[in-house]
Ligand binder design. Structure first.
Ligand code: IYR
Length: 222
């Protein structure tokens, strides 16, 4: 068993209260502008932006620090096309057969359907995988604790980092997503978590007129 080893908290910054309040408010204003975008321009993204945002995602806390995530960045038009075709096949099943009416009613305000042109047009797709198992340095199979929760945390940071860099995203969840393992050649110990579409919004893009819940509905202070 490895003994614990500690270092001083690196680069911790405490702010005067007023500055802290201002920073919190500014951050809220910045993330409040984030909207899920479904219409993308085909303008390319500089790879350094994606790399830095992925490094930011990789700082997320995870169960036992096992970092149970893998991100596949897809820019190759041929691979994007394969993903679009496979996703649209699953989505057609979903919208025409599998989805109960209640689910379709919940989606109606978003105006989504089985057509996913953004999977080919957007310059990058990031397939996020959760690794339920991993390997130690000496090749033993180990369980990853809280893999899904950890990947959710990393993905939240990724979306926020991309927004901060001026990019738009769409959290797309074709269901089932197992086709991503085949197309992207990922092992069966990895479960696709979601497919993040990344790019610049098409000029004149519109988004659904929907609201976020107010603070008193999402939080209770005891
Ligand atoms: N996966 C489908 C359906 C869908 C489901 C939810 I929940 C959404 O918030 C949006 C869409 C699709 O991507 O169209």
């Amino acid at each position: 068993m490895t003994e614990p080893s500690f270092i001083p908290l690196p680069e911790y910054e405490e702010y005067p209260v007023e500055e802290s309040v201002r920073r919190a408010q500014q951050f809220h204003q910045e993330v409040e502008r984030r909207r899920t975008v479904r219409d993308y321009s085909d303008r390319e993204i500089s790879p350094e932006i994606l790399e830095s945002c992925l490094r930011a995602a990789g700082t997320a806390p995870s169960g036992a620090n096992l970092q149970p995530w893998h991100f596949v960045v897809v820019r190759d038009p041929e691979v994007k096309k394969q993903i679009r075709l496979a996703a649209e096949e699953e989505e057609r099943e979903f919208y025409e057969k599998r989805a109960p009416q209640e689910w379709l009613d919940a989606l109606a305000p978003l105006g989504t359907d089985e057509n996913k042109p953004f999977l080919e047009r957007a310059p990058a797709l990031i397939a996020v995988f959760a690794q339920r198992f991993g390997n130690t340095d000496d090749g033993k199979k180990i369980k990853h604790y809280y893999a899904v929760e950890s990947v959710g945390l990393a993905t939240g940071i990724l979306i926020t980092a991309l927004h901060h860099a001026g990019l738009a995203t769409l959290t797309h969840t074709p269901s089932p997503m197992k086709f991503l393992n085949e197309i992207l050649k990922r092992p069966s110990t990895e479960t696709p978590f979601l497919l993040l579409v990344v790019g610049y919004p098409e000029s004149g893009t519109v988004v659904p007129n929907i609201q976020k819940k107010p603070l008193d509905e999402i939080a209770t202070f005891v």
